[in-house]
Write a protein that binds this ligand. Structure first.
Ligand code: HEM
Length: 493
């Protein structure tokens, strides 16, 4: 099959539909649109059409018909993120940015516009900024965080437990990560409803997004000023004190990155895992039978419903080839997390249980691989465990088919998860803090099971260095007990 070239400036194919033609979701040059009715109705189906038509890398159009490649193959995505000599996150080299077709008013500008922070940097500058972030993360007291995740979970459950019903998205999943991250950053007192609303606003790009961003930045700049005056034992102080010598603006930009990245992704993950635990008979039966751990449910969810479905994007530094396509210097590429996770080459049977396998793309890979993944996993593992312990009779209040999602190409959120349970009294969550253990540092692999062999064969499609492999640094230590059991042990002292 011949792959139609995206309508790079200068294309004047006489057979192409007129620009803006809504027929079949095709845009100029007969290239499929990743926006508009077809994409909104069934994005996963659209990715499969693209895979059938073009293979693992397909030309598509973003809003305003900006051409870009979407990477659909698992190994092609990994190759891209692991080859910084050919691909960069620095969007300033993207042709669409240079020629102004993806300008500041583009709907996706907030996610691709270059900013002075580690997610857009490369080489020595990336190492400097990312080093400060990972250094500050290594200083986090991981046992203390486990206690706080438990405590905040139980505080949130105290608010709903007497009602016998709740929407777990708005009353639980959207709050727990923000409470935990505000604590990690050193601003528990700033956690409030407005912080959650602002974060949600900024991501949705609503008309109040600019005001919400201003509010979050004001709070963060205030925190930076206080810690600059007097360091404390928190993530913000570690960032400031790091030898990388970040400026105040850089510290605030990285605090915002960490807060928003973790809020959005972890809230999605929590909601998705709860949905899976409540609706999928395999998990329910296995959980109660003790065979399936919550961390395994988390990993399955990261394969099936990755919290970020795609990222815009990576940019070609030189002419090259990917998945059989000719990529030119300056081309943009979408990191296709959701389509890469269902690539039939690595998952011929999508119903197969992945049994804790961690080689999904949810946290990307290569130099920009998510450094906060173990915190995200810990919030989901411990939050879901603690919820099931407090509300063991929790059940979905509507039929699964009535659940609704809000989707963009970047992510897919569950709109609500209404549940019911027997009303019960609140618990005194401050009564049983865990014993004051010494502060081991830097070990974030808190509760995941040992990595097991993939459920499905993973044949290499490309040379060995491109073949799917477990995410770097994610090998889990042996876990003698499930997190559920360890939680019970902790709770009982
Ligand atoms: C389930 C939760 C999470 C998911 C699915 C997730 C996913 C991702 C993804 C896909 C990237 C982009 C990698 C790339 O550019 O190729 C990323 C980057 C990043 N994430 Fe996460 N993340 C999560 C939680 C967190 C948390 C809790 C933190 C902080 C505590 C965090 C901090 C970051 C940072 C700082 C980056 C930029 C790294 C760099 O460019 O070097 N993330 N994350």
């Amino acid at each position: 099959m011949t792959t139609p070239q995206p309508p790079w400036p200068g294309t004047d194919d006489p057979l192409a539909p007129p620009p803006g033609c809504p027929a079949h979701g095709l845009g100029p040059g007969g290239v499929r649109r990743l926006h508009g009715p077809e994409a909104e109705a069934d994005l996963a189906g659209l990715y499969e059409k693209l895979r059938a038509e073009h293979g693992p890398v397909a030309p598509v159009l973003l809003h305003n018909d900006v051409p870009i490649w979407v990477v659909l193959g698992h190994s092609e995505n990994l190759h891209m993120v692991r080859t910084p000599s050919q691909y960069t996150r620095d969007s300033r080299i993207w042709r669409a940015v240079r020629d102004g077709s993806a300008g500041p008013d583009h709907p996706l500008a907030p996610v691709f516009t270059w900013q002075p922070m580690c997610s857009f940097a490369e080489g020595a500058e990336h190492q400097r900024m990312r080093g400060a972030v990972t250094g500050a993360m290594a200083n986090i007291d991981h046992r203390g965080i486990r206690r706080y995740i438990n405590r905040y979970t139980n505080l949130l459950l105290n608010d709903i437990c007497q009602d016998g019903q709740a929407d777990l998205v708005s009353r639980f999943a959207e709050h727990l990560p923000m409470m935990v991250m505000c604590h990690v950053l050193g601003m528990p007192e700033e956690y409030n409803e407005r912080m959650v609303q602002s974060a949600r606003d900024m991501i949705k790009g609503t008309e109040t997004a600019i005001a919400s961003n201003a509010y979050v930045m004001e709070v963060l700049m205030g925190l930076v000023a206080r810690r600059r005056a007097q360091l404390e034992e928190d993530f913000t102080s570690s960032l400031i004190a790091h030898p990388a010598e970040l400026t105040d603006d850089e510290v605030a930009a990285h605090l915002r990155l960490v807060l928003i990245a973790s809020y959005e992704a972890t809230a999605n993950l929590l909601a998705n895992v709860l949905r899976m635990v409540l609706t999928d008979p395999r998990f329910r039966a296995q959980l109660s039978g003790g065979q399936m751990t919550v961390p395994e449910a988390v990993e399955q969810s990261l394969w099936d419903e990755p919290p970020f479905s795609a990222m815009v994007g990576y940019f070609a530094k030189q002419d090259t080839q990917l998945g059989g396509q000719r990529i030119r210097a300056g081309d943009g590429l979408i990191l296709g997390i959701a389509p890469g996770n269902v690539d039939p080459v690595v998952r011929p049977d999508l119903a197969a249980n992945m049994r804790g396998n961690r080689s999904h793309l949810a946290f990307s890979g290569g130099p920009h691989e998510c450094p906060g993944q173990d915190i995200g996993r810990a919030i989901a593992d411990i939050g879901v465990d603690a919820l099931l312990l407090r509300l063991p009779d929790v059940e979905l209040s509507i039929d699964e088919s009535q659940l609704r999602w809000r989707s963009t190409i970047l992510s897919r959120h569950l709109v609500e998860l209404p549940v019911h349970f027997a009303p019960r009294p609140p618990q005194d969550v401050m009564a049983r803090p865990a014993p004051n253990a010494p502060r081991p540092r830097g070990d974030w692999h808190v509760s995941s099971p040992p990595v097991r062999p993939p459920a499905a064969p993973v044949p290499p499609r490309e040379p060995a260095d491109r073949a799917p492999a477990p995410v770097a640094g994610s090998a889990a230590p042996a876990a003698p007990k499930g997190s559920w059991q360890r939680f019970v042990t902790w709770w009982r002292g």
